[in-house]
Design a protein around this ligand. Structure first.
Ligand code: NAD
Length: 515
């Protein structure tokens, strides 16, 4: 393989040690892979659901049993602390299998569609969920196993085929996902494509039945445009700039710890990382002081991973430089660690012009926590909602009822009280965004709507020779339709309704005989 042309990461963000080489999927092979998936999907989608459940059930134990391997791999390839992989990947990934295997029959069960028997005699309607078809799954590097599995498990159970392209910064974790599925589904039903943006683009251009994308806003827009050329629908889970609002009556210790975790887990490389804190003036000093203490106590490399990509490190430094220039005050951190792509967990106080800088306006995706002092809850909500993103947000207060009411005012897909971000791990809870955070839905029955299409089946057992609305358009059609309209109307009196019944009795039989 030509190392210069390779799109893949080649050294560990932890310490610069070399990573295993990865085989790139040739660009001109992508369309044929999608065609093969399309052929394989037909038989897979027609298998009884019980067989698909049986096929995928072993995945749960594979995930749990290979947890140590996953933790080591993600540490080396992405820099993640092993503890984080166990809590944010291994355990919730296994829970996904449990949830979907338990729920899928109920969620895919056909529904009867009630029909008015006077207007539609002899007819029954049924709504069934059919597989969407072939899904192109394009994912980022920050949760390189959990994010793909949140689509793979329900979509395979629903009868879809998947062509999966992991990030060029986590191709080895992508290959790990493929190994988890090895032998569980027929050839072609799940295929791994390795490469960078070019392979992702080729996959979208191959006109799958749905593109499921998690990644940056910029790439999400490119994918939406490319997919539109073939009228391929897209599901987009994009970036975030999550706000945490700390009210004056918050439990100081829990709130400070929760916010430090929310900001620095995975070195802030989390779409739902806390990237803005709005704290009420009354508690601001004490809160900030405790956050700074806790941040100082974090062990760089152990609690806080390095950044995974050099591009991320550059964004963090650019945002911080602009914030400093605009008057923001760094309270702790602010420098590289000197180890791999490490950056110190950083807390800064932001006000005035710095609030108009990228540290507040754009996704930083790094270990940086800006704190802004506000005058009260309304001020906090207004500032939190003044963002082009809207993924998740949180309110911290001992008065949980008041906090829940405020949480309802957040312009986000997920809103939490006294906690943040962890709900991505809950298979039953929808994960979704507002604005430029995208409109895809991950997890829960709402995600399944993306991986299936509704199909309406109507069966007509009527023995009538004709229908109300068939030709010829005779007098009996008019009279029957007018009578039905009067019978439906809420404003017509009893006399008009009785007349309508008579009109129906005398005209409907002629109509149904085609006269
Ligand atoms: P990215 O957009 O750079 O890349 C994501 C994927 O898209 C990669 O696999 C990449 O190869 C592929 N890609 C790049 N260009 C493409 C193109 N033109 N056509 C098709 N595919 C293309 O994102 P990233 O840096 O890997 O991930 C970080 C971003 O992901 C952050 O913005 C983060 O907020 C977001 N994210 C969102 C969620 C969520 O649930 N909303 C979860 C995790 C990450």
């Amino acid at each position: 393989m030509d190392a210069v042309a390779s799109p893949f990461s080649t050294i560990s963000p932890l310490d610069g040690s070399p990573l295993d080489p990865v085989e790139e999927t040739p660009l001109d092979a992508v369309a044929a892979i999608v065609a093969k998936a399309r052929a394989a999907q037909v038989a897979w989608g027609q298998r009884p659901l019980s067989e698909r459940i049986e096929a995928l059930w072993p995945l749960k134990d594979r995930i749990l049993d290979r947890g140590p391997e996953m933790a080591r791999l993600l540490r080396k390839e992405c820099g993640k602390p092993e503890g984080e992989t166990w809590t944010a990947e291994v355990m919730p990934d296994a829970d996904l299998v449990d949830y979907w295997v338990d729920k899928i029959e109920e969620l895919l069960a056909p529904e009867e569609v009630p029909l008015d028997s006077l207007t539609y005699p002899g007819k029954t309607g049924k709504l069934v969920s059919v597989p969407r078809g072939v899904l192109a799954l394009i994912t980022p590097w920050n949760f390189p196993v959990a994010i793909p599995l949140r689509t793979i498990i329900p979509a395979l159970l629903a009868g879809d085929a998947i062509v999966f392209k992991p990030s060029e910064y986590s191709p080895r974790s992508g290959a790990f996902v493929a190994r988890l599925l090895e032998g569980l589904v027929p050839e072609g039903v799940f295929t791994l494509v390795q490469g960078g943006g070019a392979q992702g683009r080729a996959l979208v251009d191959a006109a799958p039945d749905l593109v499921v994308f998690t990644g940056s806003v910029a790439t999400g827009k490119k994918i939406a445009l490319a997919a539109a050329a073939n009228l391929v629908p897209v599901s987009l889970e994009l970036g975030g700039k999550d706000a945490a609002i700390v009210l004056a009556d918050a439990d100081l210790e829990r709130t400070a710890r929760g916010i430090v975790w929310g900001a620095f887990t995975n070195a802030g490389q989390n779409c739902a990382a806390i990237e803005r804190v709005y704290v009420e003036r009354k508690i601001a000093d004490k809160f900030t002081q405790r956050v700074v203490e806790l941040t100082k106590a974090l062990r760089v490399g152990e609690d806080v991973s390095p950044l995974t990509t050099p591009a991320q490190l550059a964004i963090v430094e650019r945002h911080l430089a602009a914030a400093r220039e605009a008057g923001a005050k760094i309270l702790v951190g602010g420098e590289r660690t000197g180890q791999g792509l490490g950056f110190q967990p950083t807390v800064l106080e932001v006000s005035g012009a710095a609030e108009k800088s990228p540290i507040i306006l754009d996704e930083t995706f790094g270990p940086v926590l800006p704190i802004v002092i506000v005058e009260g809850p309304d001020d906090a909500i207004a500032r939190a909602n003044d963002s082009r993103y809207g993924l998740t947000g949180s309110i911290w207060s001992k008065d949980v009822e008041r906090a829940e009411k405020l949480a309802m005012r957040l312009r986000t897909g997920v809103a939490t009280v006294n906690n943040h971000a962890f709900t991505a791990a809950l298979a039953a809870a929808p994960w979704t965004g507002v604005g430029e955070s995208g409109f895809g839905v991950t997890n829960s029955k709402h995600a399944l709507k993306e991986f299936t299409r509704p199909r309406f089946i109507l069966v007509d057992r009527s023995r009538a020779k004709s229908e109300l609305w068939w030709m010829p358009y005779t007098e009996s059609l008019l009279k029957t339709a007018q009578a039905l309209a009067i019978l439906r109307s809420g404003s017509q009196g009893i006399v008009a309704k009785l007349k309508a019944v008579w009109q129906l009795i005398t005209n409907a039989p002629k109509r149904l005989a085609g006269k």
